[in-house]
Design a protein around this ligand. Structure first.
Ligand code: ACO
Length: 317
């Protein structure tokens, strides 16, 4: 399986740390020194569906693949206003596609999880061209009256077209059930037959320090394992494309693995944490800047709520 086109759909509104400081007790100094984040895009008058559609169209154009030739659409999403039908199904309609489609939710590891699913379908010969759309609006699950989590996230969509090829080498997905560390629990509709206590519906809850530790240790372990399983040495790798949770997490992973700065690119300072959309956004930027070339060895690593992680090795074709 190989990636043949990437695309991005970003909200128009840039929200700086100073803008957030008008609503919660925080400061640009605190946020940028603790997270590296200086601004993020937040959905205002657009819809997540529009952004997902825009990202998909750009990826299709770059891949030179007509929507009619897409065999499957996988949409990675944590939360949007539709519980059903799937977000992928709605984006399918906007694209004028007729292929099957479904959503997955593996939090920030969603893009790599979708790649793994796509690889399974393509390797089996069932499908040839698969469109992956990651569409995320974390700004609508965080608490904007509390400073802990709203500063971390940004909204965005990104997409990739994948097809038959030899780019993907190994992919490893892991899950460790720890829902208390990071969760968002939404309220269900009233049901007259429910007798159990159903309290505890809250905006996104996060134990920041625990998430930080788990993210670093899981990513370091995943990367070591997947590099070894591929038969590579760490120094063989040209680029480490990591989930953009925050700069301190990225920097800590880099230091644990003793990697040179130029091999661990980041854009979290401009985008914030856009959940599963992060990796294709960064990949799209690196490709546009000509920083990835044919034959480059790439390691992907993502980590998030669950606690779910994924890492893969890839040779750019
Ligand atoms: N602005 C100002 N002060 C703040 C803010 C804020 N936005 N948030 C917390 N503080 C305060 C706290 O109240 C606390 O004050 P106190 O000492 O008076 O009690 C102080 O800052 C220190 O708080 P900590 O939570 O200990 O700060 P820490 O250094 O751990 O940084 C952070 C918090 C940035 C959340 C860090 O733990 C982190 O990066 N964790 C990872 C979280 C993450 O990336 N989540 C994303 C989702 S999951 C994923 O994608 C991996």
């Amino acid at each position: 399986m190989k990636i043949i086109g990437t695309g991005v759909g970003l909200p128009r509104l840039r929200v700086t740390n100073d803008m957030i400081a008008k609503y919660v007790d925080t400061s640009d100094e605190w946020v940028s020194s603790r997270t590296g984040i200086r601004e993020r895009r937040i959905i205002s008058d657009e819809t997540l569906i529009d952004l997902g559609t825009q990202a998909a169209k750009e990826a299709l154009a770059k891949a030179s693949v007509d929507i009619a030739d897409i065999d499957l659409l996988i949409c990675s999403n944590v939360a949007n206003s539709y519980v059903t039908p799937s977000l992928g199904c709605i984006i399918q309609g906007k694209l004028g596609a007729s292929c099957p489609c479904f959503d997955i939710n593996n939090a920030c590891a969603g893009f790599l999880t979708a790649m793994d699913i796509a690889d399974g379908y393509i390797s089996s010969g069932k499908y040839k061209n698969i469109l992956i759309v990651c569409a995320e609006e974390p700004s609508r699950i965080v608490d904007w009256t509390s400073r802990e989590a709203c500063i971390l996230f940004g909204d965005a969509a990104s997409a990739a077209v994948v097809t038959v090829g030899e780019g993907l080498q190994k992919m490893r997905i892991s899950t460790k059930s720890m829902p208390d560390v990071l969760y968002y629990k939404r309220k269900l509709e009233y049901n007259p037959f429910v007798t159990k206590n159903e309290e505890g519906f809250k905006p996104l809850q996060m134990n920041g320090r625990e998430v930080f530790k788990m993210a670093v240790s899981a990513s370091v372990a995943d990367i070591k394992k997947v590099v070894e399983d591929t038969g590579w040495k760490m120094e063989d790798v040209d680029m480490f494309v990591l989930h953009q949770a925050n700069l301190r997490i990225i920097e800590s992973i880099r230091q644990h693995l003793d990697l040179p700065e130029e091999k661990v690119p980041h854009n979290v300072e401009r985008s914030g944490n856009t959940s599963s959309a992060c990796i294709p956004i960064l990949l799209n930027e690196l490709l546009e800047e000509g920083k990835i070339k044919k034959g480059d060895k790439i390691v992907f690593s993502a980590f998030g709520a669950g606690f779910s992680t994924a890492a893969g090795t890839y040779i750019w074709e």
